[in-house]
Design a protein around this ligand. Structure first.
Ligand SMILES: Cc1ncc(C[n+]2csc(CCOP(=O)(O)OP(=O)(O)O)c2C)c(N)n1
Ligand code: SF4
Length: 310
């Protein structure tokens, strides 16, 4: 192993021209394979709005990364022409955490399904939120396991008939917004794939947040839970209630109360506060430690330890 490898590299910065000179990447440049989702799946809309976000913010391919677990929604990175990871079911967040901590210059986006994020990945959801790792998580919540063809998910409503609950679901569903607030997430928002402008606005706000930003995005599975979100879709006779303008996003109790409103509830940013990120805290420790060792490389420190052991 070369000494080059042993020395801790300083966080890299991407050499890109000032934003005024930049050109946003077009959908054509950002799109990879044609998505393999069922025609009508809500996930198409989320992908299209992600492209719009990247184009609007003029992000270049080497400035962002898209990470997912497993599920229909988690196929996401395949369809984006950039760096991405399609990881293990439920484990997108620890992988994304590693990338965020080692490459703080990147915009890290994680995409999950409700099963991926709240069931098998529920523990990672908790700890990524409380650690306030800088990244944006978009959960495409269809209230069912889509890829594995209709099992009950943690957000399926009581009475939902599926392959695992033939007589109707009997387990109380979780409310991801309340859960995220209680876990210490510093940005909690909700949107629905049937309102494109709103999805884009929430993604922009999440991306600008310095910390862990979580968006619950209702995204219909037309194959295994058709019509699940009609009550939140004005084009289907439902209502889309935006969070009242006078809501104080830093008021945790008020956010919790709004998040408790029965379906279809509210849409928008429920909670947003500033708290130091794990990235910032870790970087401070590393900087201080480096100052203490006066710029010596890892191999030099190792050599000193070996000398002492002689
Ligand atoms: C460790 C592990 N357990 C179970 C599975 C099987 N599995 C794949 S996707 C999935 C659930 C997908 O549902 P969700 O995360 O809600 O995403 P959707 O497909 O609805 O978008 C399951 C149980 C797996 N691939 N790996
Ligand atoms: S099964 Fe459902 S979630 Fe999966 S692609 Fe089809 S519509 Fe979308």
């Amino acid at each position: 192993m070369s000494t080059q490898t042993l020395a801790n590299p300083a966080p890299q910065t991407v050499a890109t021209p000032p934003s005024a000179e930049r050109k946003g990447l077009t959908k054509k440049e950002l799109a990879a394979d044609h998505p393999t989702w069922c025609p009508g799946c809500g996930d198409f809309s989320v992908l299209a709005l992600y492209f719009k976000l990247l184009e609007k913010r003029k992000l270049q391919q080497d400035e962002f990364v898209s990470i997912s677990g497993i599920g229909c929604s988690s196929r996401f990175p395949y369809f984006v022409q950039s760096h991405g990871v399609h990881f293990i079911h439920g484990r997108a967040l620890p992988f994304a955490t590693g990338i965020s901590l080692s490459r703080p210059d990147l915009h890290v986006f994680a995409f999950s399904g409700d099963g991926d994020a709240f069931s098998i990945g529920g523990n990672h959801f908790t700890h990524t939120a409380r650690k306030n790792v800088k990244m944006s998580l978009v959960v495409m919540d269809n209230q069912v396991y889509g890829l594995t063809k209709k099992q009950t998910s943690p957000t399926s409503p009581l009475g939902f008939k599926s392959k695992t609950d033939g007589w109707g679901a009997i387990d109380h569903p979780i409310n991801p917004l309340k859960q995220a607030i209680a876990m210490g997430a510093t940005f909690v928002a909700r949107t629905t794939s049937t309102n494109p402008n709103h999805v884009l606005a929430m993604m922009e706000a999440a991306m600008d947040h310095d910390g862990f930003s979580f968006i619950q995005c209702l995204s219909e599975c037309v194959e295994f839970y058709e019509g699940a979100f009609d009550a939140a879709n004005p084009r289907k006779g439902g209502v889309f209630n935006e969070i009242p303008k006078n809501h104080d996003v830093t008021d945790e109790i008020a956010a919790y109360k709004l998040a408790s409103t029965p379906f279809p509830g509210y849409f928008g940013v429920f909670y947003k506060v500033n708290r130091p990120t794990k990235n910032a805290k870790e970087s401070e420790i590393i900087t201080n430690a480096r100052a203490k060792i006066q710029g010596q490389a890892d191999w030099q420190l190792l050599q000193k330890s070996f000398e002492r052991m002689k």
